[in-house]
Structures are given as C-alpha cells and as structure tokens.
Unconditional design. Structure first.
Length: 254
C-alpha cells in the first residue's frame, strides 16, 4: 500500500494511504451520477416550460441569443464540475466526499487554484480523450498503474495526489500529546530540542513503557536533561511525558 506523509501544525507527520484505482473509479462513477441527475432535473424543468407553453414566451421576452446563453450556463457546472467542487470543497467532489478521499499536494499542503486548474484541464486527456477509442479513462488507468504515488497525468503535472482519509499512523504513534490553552509550560528549555530529538524521545519512551524498563527511561531522561539543560527531580516517565507536553504546547500554538 502506497502512503504519503502529511505534516500538521503540531510538528508531526501523519501517514495516509494513497487512494487506490478502485477508490477513484467508484468516486468518479458517483460524480457521473451526480452530473446525470443534474441534467435530468434541468431537462424536466425545460420540458415543463415547453408543456406549459412558456417556451415561446421566453423566446419572445428574452430572445433566442439569451436562451442559448441560458443553455451554456446550464452546461458550465457539467463541464467544470470537478474544478468547481475541488476549489470550493477543499479538494473534494461529491464522490470523493462519500468515498472519504481528498486531493492534496505531494508535500501534504492544500492545493491552490492553479493546481486544481491543471488537474481539470488535463482530465480531458486523462479521462475523456480516449472516449473516441471506446476506452474512457485509459490514460488515467495506465498512469495510476505505473505511479507509486497514485497519480494520473494531471496529478503528475500539478504535483498532487488523492489520499484516502484513513490514517495509517495515529497520534499515538507520533510525538503528539494533547494540551489545553490553559496549560503552563514546566520546562521552557525544551526549545533546545529539535523535532528529531523529540521524535526519538517519543519512540524510546514508548519502547521503555511497553517493555517495563525503568532503566531505559532513566537513561533517556538523563540524556534529555543534559541536552536541554534541564534540572528536574521528577521520576523519569513523568519527566519525559512533561517534556513532550511542553514541546507540543509550545510548537503547536498558532
């Protein structure tokens, strides 16, 4: 299973699985269903106008050019469906929302308008241009198959991918320890520690707790005190957990 790391404001990285080909096909079918329903609704509305003899009145009042403009406006959401949805719904269409998928940049950040625009334009090649060969989506299927980051051609050019919003790693696996806004730091010296230092601290702390190894925790606490210049009489486990909370509280603030 291919995954991608997404950084958070707490200086940690969460790992998400890349959406599979099957996920994206189902998502696309849902989106096609939504577009089809939209067209059915408008067809019913226009037929109702014709049956009520209002169509000729509209042509007389608005003119044929205005009605053609109306028809163009009706088709804009169809043609620009994915672009409109992803721009206004943070990288999600109806299909992606129901399938719990989201478009993101490869660095984990939210895409901008230019990224969504590139994906939308290249969808013509990815999905629709092969319709002439009775194989819609063939290019997309091929590129998704050879990419280890779950990218179709549009994603490759835009530097994006689609992830499944199901964490591979959880907060328990990270350096994250929740604090409240009223939390007061105990050891301001934690500013001397790097993200790498704290990641190692969390990993060794978890190992020491799982193996019930107080000697390991004591050695770790001593090393952290030495590196950060902290003088504390707390027991090793309490001290290390406090350091993690201080670190998350300080670097996790807006």
């Amino acid at each position: 299973m291919n995954t991608i790391l997404v950084p958070t404001t707490q200086n940690i990285e969460l790992e998400y699985p890349v959406a599979s080909l099957g996920d994206r096909i189902v998502s696309g079918l849902i989106d096609l269903g939504a577009i089809f329903l939209y067209l059915i609704i408008w067809t019913q509305i226009l037929e109702a106008y014709q049956q009520a003899s209002l169509w000729d009145a509209l042509i007389e009042d608005w003119g044929s050019d205005t009605l053609r403009t109306l028809q163009v406006l009706i088709m804009i959401p169809v043609v620009c469906y994915s672009l409109i949805c992803e721009v206004f719904f943070q990288g999600r269409t109806l299909g992606k929302w129901l399938m719990k998928l989201q478009t993101i940049r490869l660095d984990g950040a939210s895409p901008g308008l230019s990224h969504y625009l590139v994906r939308w334009v290249l969808r013509i090649i990815d999905v629709w241009i092969t319709l002439a060969f009775l194989a819609p989506g063939l290019v997309s299927v091929i590129t998704l198959g050879i990419s280890n980051k779950g990218q179709r051609l549009g994603d490759m050019i835009a530097g994006t991918t689609v992830i499944k919003l199901k964490l591979v790693t959880t907060f328990v696996d990270t350096i994250f320890m929740e604090t409240t806004e009223e939390y007061e730091m105990v050891f301001p010296e934690i500013r001397q520690l790097s993200d790498r230092d704290v990641s190692i601290l969390k990993e060794v702390l978890d190992a020491g707790i799982r193996s019930d190894n107080p000697q390991l925790l004591a050695k770790l606490a001593s090393k952290v005190q030495e590196v950060a210049g902290i003088d504390s009489e707390m027991d090793a486990r309490h001290f290390l957990e406090t350091v993690l909370r201080d670190y998350n509280h300080y670097y996790g603030r807006d």
